[in-house]
Ligand binder design. Structure first.
Ligand SMILES: [Ca+2]
Ligand SMILES: [Ca+2]
Ligand SMILES: [Ca+2]
Length: 246
């Protein structure tokens, strides 16, 4: 199930504000982050951070592991449970093949693939299908991964991943645990490219518009004030957010 919690603004206020002097009271974020291990509510696609991470594994020869998939959906099928690997599955000719995945932690897992073929996640204990919480095509330059689906898994349970048939009877799968690859985004209300330290989300998803990975804007209501601005002497404003005026 999708779940969300409001982020603790109090904890965020302690993040690196010393360089910016007094802060205005931060507005509450409209994008609600969460501190569980599951996909955020409202997530419509995975962000570039986790996709880039998966692409690194897909592009690294040393991360590849060759697996011959089982012709039947059994919990004794070969496991692809080790994270940060790219599994090259050899599928039965013209048919689906199965491998297993035992999640170390309860939460949301992304399975990136090189082809958008049938991909079913089955709980090995109950035989229940685990529906995708999210699934979409992937477009990343120089990356062989073209599709991803996210499934909520329970720690210690053996899941059967049934995939295919696939072109060439081959499919590469890169599993990623969302909590390993979340990115913190900061609200940039004034659009100057620098975000407000005190309004942020930690997300594996594409952030809402108006959020950026760059932070340390000491006045997010004035685009002329940010760490990249030129200090103007005598105007009474800390233009460049270094905590002082010249
Ligand atoms: Ca800003
Ligand atoms: Ca600003
Ligand atoms: Ca200054």
């Amino acid at each position: 199930m999708l779940k969300m919690k409001r982020i603790a603004l109090g904890a965020l206020l302690s993040l690196g504000l010393t360089a910016c002097g007094p802060m205005e009271e931060a507005p509450e974020s409209s994008f609600e982050a969460q501190d569980s291990q599951e996909l955020e509510a409202g997530c419509t696609s995975l962000g570039t951070g986790i996709t880039s991470h998966a692409c690194i594994h897909a592009g690294s020869p040393t991360d590849h592991v060759s697996i011959t998939a089982s012709a039947t959906r059994v919990t004794s099928a070969p496991a692809i449970s080790t994270k940060h690997k790219a599994y090259d599955l050899a599928l039965p000719s013209g048919a689906e093949g199965s491998v297993t995945y035992v999640s170390a932690t309860t939460g949301s897992y992304a399975f990136y693939r090189t082809q958008n073929v049938a991909f079913t996640v089955v709980n090995g204990a109950t035989s229940a299908t685990v529906p995708a919480a999210l699934a979409h095509t992937v477009s990343s330059s120089g990356c062989s991964l073209t599709y991803v689906s996210v499934h909520d898994l329970t720690a210690g349970t053996a899941y059967i991943l049934a995939a295919g048939p696939a072109s060439g009877n081959a499919l590469t799968v890169v599993p990623e645990f969302l909590n390993d690859t979340r990115t913190r985004y900061y609200q940039d209300a004034d659009g100057d490219g620098y975000g407000n330290n005190s309004v942020s989300v930690l997300s594996a998803c594409t952030p809402p518009s108006g959020y950026t990975t760059q932070r340390f804007d000491c006045n997010d209501t004035a685009a002329s004030v940010n760490p990249g601005a030129t200090e103007i002497c005598g105007n009474g404003i800390d233009d460049n957010c270094d905590g002082s005026q010249c």
